[in-house]
Structure formats: structure tokens, C-alpha cells
Design a protein around this ligand. Structure first.
Ligand code: HAM
Length: 424
């Protein structure tokens, strides 16, 4: 039997890596524009960290974590998300002394033992951003607008749903109302919901069973239970989004799959990926840093799933952007090969992505290779060209041809070609 990758674990092959680099590049660029700094945190953490942050009765903690005992008998978990680790690091390294507001992002693999399907993997990658230290509603707006802009910048669209999950002051009264509602239809609910109706009633609204969801269409709305402060905060977030022209809809039934949220919660949803429609999601988590033993600072963040973004981009047919080399050199004959080899190195040191054939293939075969590698331009160098001190440069997109002057030295050739090609 040949060895294969684990179920739900995927190789990211060279053909797709371009898209990954494109997405991550755009994301880093935008995060930096919004004042975020990168932080790299470990993939393994003590299990307790995730239990205490994500919540004991969530699907992630109850069913999906990759947990094992290490050689010392310590319970270790492969991180299912990034927020918990970023906060742990923020507290452990005293990052709050660097300034009252910290804007941090991290990009990397996460692990959840879910049932694999289109857009749902067991190892997936998140771009995760967190703002620690501000409770201002405009920061919520700014963060949502940043997520929106990122999607727009990589050429994607989604719908934005927002909700408020209240705070420890107003949530208990909602919990009670919801519990009464659930108790009235307990026999129609799945086992998880029946259990959670007692331990963590809000959780039931996040149940993945379509049958349960049908029951919840008439569930009470948390928005009717918000205290004055939460309600004003939510109004300000909505007002901010209106101000920036970011379209949204309010979804009072969105509770998110993690327990740490307070007030603002949001999801970016697409209908183009089947059941796994969330391409990014997040919210505010005031109180979490303190609960983990840190200072009493509020926080808000979100994460986007890179695989889902890549899938969406792959579904578009007019993908533009970096493909193959900027230039492919076709050479014919030994003398032209040598000159071409030198020219290639010269141009690479000028920052151009250049490839050539080393196998002595025919002109036709070299052209095929240039096409296959999706080269932007092709320069043909043969004995005639060297003798006539002139070569032909072909634009592989438009088919147009241009002459390149070979009268000067290699430096001049390289400089001339560089001015005549497009570079990504
Ligand atoms: P989450 O909603 O669990 O939130 O995940 C965020 C995003 O990660 C999802 O919208 C989705 O795009 C992607 N994702 C999640 N699970 C999978 C999977 N099994 N396969 C592929 N993609 C997946 C969080 O993780 C929070 N930590 C977000 C956050 C940051 N909240 C505050 N700060």
C-alpha cells in the first residue's frame, strides 16, 4: 500500500502556491497599512488554554481537538485557532507594556478533527488578526472594514452579517428566555442541543443539524435583551459601517462557534462554496484576557480561512497575476546558448524572472516549454541574431513582436530587454 496524506490534510502544490502567496501578500500589505504587526506563536499549546478560552461545551473542544499526552504526561493540543495563543503570548510576554493598544496578526496552520468536505479540512490555514486594548466601537468598524477591503483587494465578494452577543450584564436574561424557548421543544432537538440547553443554552443556536435549525427560526432575539451600553455600542458599529459604505445585514441568530465573544460578532459569507460558506469571522471578546490571568483589557479580532479564499479564486476564470517567468530565452546553437546563459544571469540580477532551456531542444519545443511555463515574453537568440546584432522579443499575451538591439554589451542587452517587458 502506498503512503498517503492523512484524511483532511492536504498538500499545497506548486500550481496553487502562487495563489497562496498572492493572498498572503495582499493580506500582509493591508494589515501593515492598518498598523498591525506580525506575531508568530507555537502550534502546540497546553490543552487547558483552549478549554478555558474557546469553552468546554463548544464543538471544537468537545469533539474536534487533536489532543495527546507528551512524553512528560502533559496534555497538549494542536491549536484549533489562533486567538487563544496570541492572547497567551500577549500576557506571558507583557506585550501590553509596549502600548495600551496592540494590533497583532498571525498566519499559519490550525487543526480541527472535523468531517472533511469541500472547504472543510482537518489542517487548514488562518490569517488571524487581534486588537487588544480598545473597547471603542469604531475599532470594531475599522476591523470589519479591513476584512472587507482585503476581500475586495483579492477580487472576492461576500456578504457581511453582524450581531451583538451582549455582555455578562445582559446575557443572563437572554439565556433564561432562550432556555424557556428550548424547553418547549426539547423532544425535537438533537442530543447535543438537549444537553447544551442546560450547560450552555446559547450554544444550541450554533448547532449544525438542519432539523434543529428549523426549530430555532422562531427563537428569541438577543438584540431585544441588550443592555443600554451594549445596544449603544452596536448602534455605533452599524453607524460606522454606514459611514464607510460597507454593506451588512444584522443576523440576530448568529452566536459563533466559540464561547469567548461579547458584543460585536460578524461573519463574511459566500454562497459559492456550498455548505462551508464562512470565509472569515470574528468578534469582540472583552473579559477574556483578564479571565486568562492578564490585565483587564478588551479585545476584538477575526480570522479568514486561506483554503476557502483559494477555492473561490480558483473558481474565477479571469485570474490575473503572477504566473510563469517574465521572460523565456529561446536559444539556437552553442554560441547563442552561451550568450543566452550569461544574459539570463544578468537579467536575474536586475530582478527579472527568467528561464531558458538547458536540454538543447528544438525551437518548436522551446516555444512549447515557454507556453507551458506561462512566460510573459520570449526572446529568440540564434546565430543569425548574434550576427545581425538584433533579436526578436515576443509578447506572449498580445502576440506583438519588438526588436531588441544587440549592438552594445550584455549589460546593454539586459537593460533594453528589461524596459520592454512587463514584470509582476
Ligand atoms: P472560526 O469561525 O472558527 O473563528 O474560524 C475562522 C475561519 O477559519 C472560518 O470563517 C473559516 O474560513 C476558517 N475555517 C474554520 N474551520 C475550518 C476548516 N475546518 N477548514 C477550512 N477552513 C476553516 C476563529 O477561529 C476565531 N479564532 C476568529 C477570531 C479571531 N475571533 C476573534 N479573533
Amino acid at each position: 500500500m502506498s503512503l498517503k496524506a492523512l484524511k483532511g490534510f492536504k498538500d499545497i502544490l506548486p500550481d496553487e502556491v502562487n495563489l497562496w502567496q498572492f493572498i498572503e501578500g495582499r493580506a500582509r500589505d493591508i494589515f501593515h497599512r492598518y498598523g498591525f504587526e506580525e506575531i508568530k506563536v507555537p502550534i502546540l499549546e497546553k490543552t487547558e488554554l483552549f478549554v478555558r478560552t474557546i469553552g468546554e461545551s463548544t464543538d471544537i473542544v468537545e469533539k474536534e481537538m487533536y489532543t495527546f499526552k507528551d512524553r512528560n504526561g502533559t496534555s497538549i493540543t494542536m491549536r484549533p485557532e489562533g486567538t487563544a495563543s496570541v492572547i497567551r503570548s500577549y500576557i506571558e510576554n507583557g506585550l501590553y507594556v509596549r502600548g495600551s493598544v496592540q494590533r497583532l496578526y498571525t498566519i499559519g496552520p490550525m487543526f480541527r478533527h472535523e468531517r472533511p468536505q469541500k472547504g472543510r479540512l482537518r489542517q487548514f490555514h488562518q490569517m488571524d488578526v487581534e486588537v487588544l486594548g480598545s473597547d471603542r466601537a469604531m475599532v470594531d468598524t475599522e476591523l470589519i472594514a479591513m476584512a472587507w477591503q482585503l476581500l475586495h483587494d483579492i477580487g472576492l465578494e461576500a456578504s457581511l452579517e453582524i450581531n451583538s452577543l451582549g455582555c455578562p450584564d445582559c446575557r443572563p436574561s437572554f439565556k433564561e428566555t432562550l432556555q424557556d424557548f428550548i424547553n418547549g421543544r426539547l423532544e425535537h432537538l438533537c442530543e447535543d442541543c438537549q444537553r447544551r440547553s442546560v450547560t450552555n443554552p446559547l450554544r444550541v443556536l450554533d448547532c449544525k443539524s438542519a432539523h434543529c435549525q428549523e426549530q430555532y427560526t422562531s427563537a428569541p432575539s438577543i438584540l431585544q435583551h441588550l443592555c443600554g451600553v451594549c445596544s449603544a455600542h452596536f448602534d455605533e458599529v452599524k453607524g460606522g459601517l454606514d459611514l464607510l459604505g460597507v454593506p451588512y445585514s444584522v443576523n440576530p441568530r448568529m452566536v459563533r462557534g466559540l464561547d469567548y465573544y461579547t458584543r460585536t460578532a460578524f461573519e463574511l459569507i459566500t454562497t459559492e462554496l456550498g455548505a462551508q460558506g464562512a470565509i472569515g469571522a470574528g468578534g469582540r471578546y472583552n473579559g477574556l484576557v483578564k479571565q486568562l490571568g492578564g490585565p483587564d483589557v478588551p479585545g476584538i479580532g477575526f480570522a479568514m480561512g486561506i483554503e476557502r479564499l483559494v477555492m473561490l479564486l480558483n473558481q474565477k476564470d479571469n485570474l490575473e497575476g503572477p504566473a510563469g517567468p517574465d521572460l523565456f530565452l529561446i536559444t539556437l546553437g552553442e554560441a547563442a546558448y552561451e550568450k543566452g546563459f550569461q544574459l539570463m544571469q544578468k537579467m536575474r540580477s536586475l530582478g527579472v524572472r527568467v528561464m531558458m532551456d538547458h536540454e538543447g531542444r528544438s525551437m518548436k519545443n522551446q516555444m512549447k516549454q515557454a507556453n507551458k511555463q506561462k512566460a510573459g515574453f520570449v526572446l529568440i537568440l540564434g546565430e543569425n541574431e548574434l550576427e545581425n546584432k538584433e533579436a526578436v522579443l515576443k509578447d506572449m499575451l498580445s502576440g506583438e513582436q519588438e526588436r531588441v538591439d544587440l549592438a552594445g554589451n550584455l549589460e546593454n542587452w539586459a537593460a533594453d530587454v528589461k524596459t520592454k517587458i512587463r514584470q509582476y
